[in-house]
Design a protein around this ligand. Structure first.
Ligand code: HAM
Length: 421
């Protein structure tokens, strides 16, 4: 036998038994996108490296360590090194916003997509090299109402899915006016404790001192007494954050202010937030996260336009659903059409008529014994068997409940009402 080939490390196959939970999460995401007035957009799975470098920041992990380069088979080396699979969608979405002159549309724009993202990270539980996000972005709204509305949307998503105990961590990291003073305070503070920092943090201290707070190996006392961004906010950023917190209170949304929540991508300004199941608040545990990026459109060549959004990790959300034993809505009835002898054409015709009625139907196309067909149907998880026999001449069939074993004879056109009722 030939040697088998395994899936790439950090990727997963979703087997049929896993997909109902995914379908539930995805369909709820689409349904909530509609209820909150978001319009669907799609962008490529790969973009120019320079877009991510400029948008997310050269020193972000996503760019520095986790970029999945894509190269064509031909072309110059330079050309081939130009693209990367998207580690996240916000930069690409803002690129599309600028490229299509979407600022002239009546705004603020509410855009959403669901799709795969790629980060070449060390695979571990909850961290994959290919994962799926539900992303929402509001472009052209300075907030603070929309900041709270997005936190409310994410909370509603988790709640309607059936997850309990979800808490939002929120923070404000200021803007171009007040961030420099905060950075300087961090550099001064961590500079005094450099011997207690990890190698990674020492490097970050030079390029992006906020990210030192993100280091999971940071000594807790050092983290606790580090300068807090909220103490360095300018008046405008402070008022914005106060208003966001008041709105979260008014909407009774479960949240805590988390001074270490600086987020890993450089485009953030002001409000940042992440969602966790309370008590599971490690770095691989964030079910989703986002924040405001008021400088990103300009940074990527557009006119100054505020923006805010979030990405919810569907892989981690589905894991949390499994961990909490969330019940899925019952699956609609599934029918097998079985028969006797070589009446296969009749079975296909009946199956076709039942599908006209929107039913899920698998006809048995074999000539094996009726008993065997019924056995196979039950094994495949059918809830009803439609038995085609002589009564078809009167447009009637047998209808057997495969759970209770009860059987009746009904008109073909009555089957739909019987199995759905
Ligand atoms: P992010 O925090 O990097 O933000 O990712 C959002 C969510 O995607 C995370 O909370 C997590 O659930 C999931 N996620 C991230 N990396 C992985 C991974 N390697 N494996 C599994 N799940 C993962 C962003 O991507 C921003 N674009 C969010 C945003 C939108 N900010 C503003 N607008």
């Amino acid at each position: 036998m030939a040697r088998t080939i395994a899936a790439p490390r950090g990727t997963r196959d979703l087997l049929p038994e896993e997909t109902p939970a995914w379908d539930r999460a995805e369909s709820l995401a689409r349904e909530l996108s509609r209820r909150y007035g978001f319009e669907r957009i799609e962008i490529p799975l790969f973009e120019r490296v320079v877009l991510f470098a400029r948008g997310l920041g050269e020193s972000s992990d996503a760019v520095e360590k986790e970029m999945f380069r894509v190269s064509g088979a031909t072309g110059s080396e330079e050309e081939r090194a130009e693209w990367a699979l998207r580690p996240e969608p916000t930069a690409g979405l803002v690129r599309a916003f600028i490229e299509h002159g979407m600022h002239v549309r009546p705004g603020p724009l509410r855009l959403t997509l669901i799709g795969p993202m790629f980060r070449y990270d060390r695979p571990q539980a909850g961290r994959y090299r290919q994962f799926t996000q539900w992303d929402v972005e509001v472009i052209g709204d300075p907030g603070p109402a929309v900041d709270a509305e997005l936190v409310e949307l994410a909370h509603r998503f988790y709640a309607e899915l059936g997850l309990t105990d979800v808490v939002a961590h929120v923070n404000s990291i200021g803007d171009a006016a007040c961030r420099p003073a905060y950075r300087a305070a961090l550099v001064e503070y961590f500079g005094r404790h450099v011997d207690r920092l990890t190698e990674d943090s020492r490097r970050r201290l030079a390029v992006n001192p906020l990210r030192v707070l993100d280091d999971k190996q940071l000594v807790p006392e050092l983290a606790d007494s580090a300068p807090k961004s909220v103490d360095y906010l300018c008046d405008a950023c402070r008022a914005h954050f106060r208003a966001v917190l008041d709105l979260l209170d008014a909407l009774a949304l479960r949240h805590i202010v988390d001074h270490r929540l600086v987020r890993g991508l450089d485009y953030y300004t002001r409000t940042t937030f992440e969602f966790f199941v309370a008590g599971h608040e490690g770095q691989q545990d964030a079910l989703g996260g986002g924040g405001r990026y008021d400088g990103l459109v300009e940074l990527l060549g557009g006119r100054p336009t505020p923006g805010i959004g979030f990405g919810i990790g569907l892989d981690r959300t589905v894991r949390a659903m499994e961990a909490q034993g969330v019940e899925l809505p019952p699956q609609p009835a599934s029918l097998a059409v079985v028969g006797v002898g070589d009446d296969v054409a009749d079975r296909l015709l009946v199956a076709s008529r039942l599908r006209d009625r929107r039913l899920s139907v698998r006809p048995d196309g074999t000539t094996r014994k009726l008993g065997k067909q019924l056995e196979a149907a039950a094994k495949l998880g059918a809830t009803w068997a439609v038995i085609v026999g002589d009564e078809l001449a009167q447009d009637r069939v047998g209808l057997k409940d495969l759970v209770t074993g009860e059987q009746v004879t009904v008109g073909v056109d009555e089957v739909a009402a019987r199995v759905s009722g």
